[in-house]
Design a protein around this ligand. Structure first.
Ligand code: NAP
Length: 251
């Protein structure tokens, strides 16, 4: 994708990877719209970045998503990039007698259904642009799961497969379809301690590598893969899946 001249909507723009991407694209002069539930953060981030817009959206509410898509189409008719980045990461214990299925339901709503609904709501607009991008954030865990997060890993594997299908269906249109598959990165996704976990990739380093990859007009298979995630991405192909799975799930 072009790194400049875009109007970009980033979900999950209030923190972590989404916020850092929003700031990087804003610094390059793009029109950036961020969304998230936390109004205080939307206000704080947009105040620090003149020209950036912040729109509150709870992706767990399908009615809100519908109204939001209509609003985006009306207020930002030049939108040409949708980044479906918001996500939740929940531990699920499948060994107890009273498994809490609500965690799976919420994961599927936030990480899958909201992506499908928002993309469906904005694709007519994106298809009408001369050049546009739909991106969704999957994870290295789509390829080798961490057993404590079963629905999360499943949701990201879904996103990987769904993006492949979407990319193929849109191959003769103006819409490119990208998958951002991060490795373990220093954000608060898994709790505050993750942001300073030395085993996780520093956020600024991750974003710098991602921006360089996004500048490639034809990223291989439409996948934005930093070096650190390649071990997970290619474990199956390299015959290292079993070993990688064991290492990832060592107690
Ligand atoms: N960090 C990693 O190690 C890592 C690795 C692989 C993949 N990822 C993926 O990267 C993406 C960004 O995660 P992150 O690491 O940047 O974590 P993060 O800092 O926790 O960001 C998650 C974002 O999602 C938003 N969000 C969550 N639930 C929402 C909902 N119901 N409605 C609207 N917004 C919602 C949050 O905003 P509000 O709370 O304001 O709503 C927040 O901005 C996620 O899809 C995650 O799965 C991260």
């Amino acid at each position: 994708m072009n790194l400049t001249g875009n109007t970009i909507l980033i979900t999950g723009g209030t923190s972590g990877i989404g916020r850092a991407l929003a700031e990087a694209f804003h610094a390059l002069g793009n029109k950036v719209i961020i969304s998230g539930r936390r109004q205080v953060l939307l206000d704080e981030i947009t105040a620090a970045h003149p020209g950036m817009s912040g729109l509150q959206l709870d992706l767990d509410d399908p009615d809100e998503i519908e109204v939001f898509a209509v609003r985006i189409r009306r207020e930002f008719p030049g939108l040409n990039v949708l980044m479906n980045n918001a996500g939740v990461f929940k531990v699920e214990d499948l060994t107890c007698d009273n498994i809490d299925i609500s965690l799976a339901r919420q994961t599927i709503q936030t990480n899958i259904l909201s992506v499908l609904q928002l993309t469906a709501g904005l694709l007519p607009l994106l298809r009408a642009q001369p050049r546009s991008t739909v991106l969704a954030t999957s994870s290295g865990l789509a390829f080798v799961p961490r057993a404590a997060y079963p629905s999360y890993c499943g949701s990201k594997a879904f996103i990987h497969a769904w993006l492949q299908a979407l990319r193929f269906q849109l191959r003769d249109t103006s819409v490119e379809v990208l998958e951002l598959a991060p490795p373990y990165v220093q954000t608060e996704l898994g709790g505050p301690e993750q942001a300073s976990d030395p085993r996780a990739m520093p956020l600024a380093e991750y974003i710098a590598e991602v921006m360089a990859l996004l500048a490639n007009p034809n990223p291989p298979r439409g996948e934005i893969l930093v070096k650190r995630v390649e071990g997970l991405r290619w474990a199956e192909k390299n015959g290292t899946h079993e070993k990688t799975f064991a290492a990832l799930n060592a107690i």
